[in-house]
Ligand binder design. Structure first.
Ligand code: THU
Length: 280
């Protein structure tokens, strides 16, 4: 297998829920055993040094058809179903030749930068002629494309939410909110609140970002940043918590105002005892 050109490699990011590590260890041991017994390949679980509950599941497939057979395998599907209740799984690399892995990862990184640059470009076009946009537009331009990544090498999600907030249409409450949602492949999708004369048809920034993402085909989400111009953090409203939970699961929620971050939470702590499709 090691010397074969037909080998394929997949990598997934697994964020295990607190307290579920023993269950996760049992599931991954079972999965590894199936891979060997049915000659699909072998698996390796690498723990992230910075986040003890984050793992990288690396699968070395015998060849591309072995990967396909494994995905169709009912025993494997039952395990995957179990796993989905105790962890969030984000597919990073799917079935590439080992020699191509680096290129795929680098391409993905480029995609992240492109996505965010697009958001910045849209903002500048829309800002043209705005009475209150000039000072902000200049400040954002100065930070330039580099603003997409912060110190940790991550996408600047809060920056994207701040820019999205500038497009909020809050004619009735004058309370502008911006949101930026990160998908499993690193794309950033933004939203802002849009109000309506009937009030009730208003949509919040978070829900708009999530609906935009769903409508563009995204199904895996990692984090959302929410920005308002207030000293106290602005957490998502009840309706948004429900929508974020149903489509995004236990997202990380970053709260910030125009100048500083105000805290990070996990959605399951903001929505304890949630109602969702598992209860139908
Ligand atoms: N709003 C949001 O967009 N997100 C939140 O997290 C809180 C509230 C909007 C809805 C409405 O347009 C305005 O803020 C005041 O409630």
């Amino acid at each position: 297998m090691e010397s074969s050109d037909a080998r394929r490699l997949s990598v997934s990011l697994v964020d295990v829920n607190v307290g579920q590590e023993p269950a996760f260890t049992a599931i991954s041991a079972h999965f590894e055993a199936i891979l060997i017994r049915k000659e699909y390949g072998r698996a390796e679980m690498v723990r992230d040094e910075a986040y003890p509950l984050r793992f990288y599941a690396v699968r070395y497939w015998t060849d591309a058809t072995a990967a396909e057979r494994c995905h169709r395998d009912l025993e494997v599907q039952a395990l995957t179903e179990k796993l989905s209740h105790i962890a969030r799984v984000t597919h990073v690399v799917n079935g590439v030749r080992p020699s191509e892995t680096m290129r795929v990862l680098l391409d993905d990184r480029r995609a992240r930068v492109e996505a965010d640059r697009r958001a910045g470009f849209d903002r500048r076009i829309k800002d043209a002629g705005r009475t209150d946009g000039d000072r902000r537009a200049k400040r954002d331009r100065r930070t330039g494309p580099r603003r997409v990544r912060d110190r940790g090498g991550e996408v600047d999600l809060i920056g994207a939410a701040r820019r999205a907030r500038e497009n909020a249409d809050a004619a009735f409450s004058h309370f502008k909110v911006g949101a930026a949602l990160e998908t499993g492949d690193g794309t950033v999708i933004t939203g802002c609140n849009i109000e309506n004369a009937t009030y009730g048809l208003t949509i919040c920034a978070e829900r708009l970002a999530m609906f935009k993402a769903i409508s563009e085909g995204h199904r895996i989400f990692t984090r959302i940043a929410i920005v308002a111009d207030t000293e106290a953090p602005t957490p998502p409203c009840g309706a948004c918590r429900q929508i974020l939970w149903e489509f995004g699961g236990n997202l990380e929620i970053q709260l910030a105002n125009l100048t500083e971050e105000k805290g990070r939470h996990h959605l399951k702590n903001l929505l304890p005892l949630p109602f969702d499709a598992r209860l139908l």
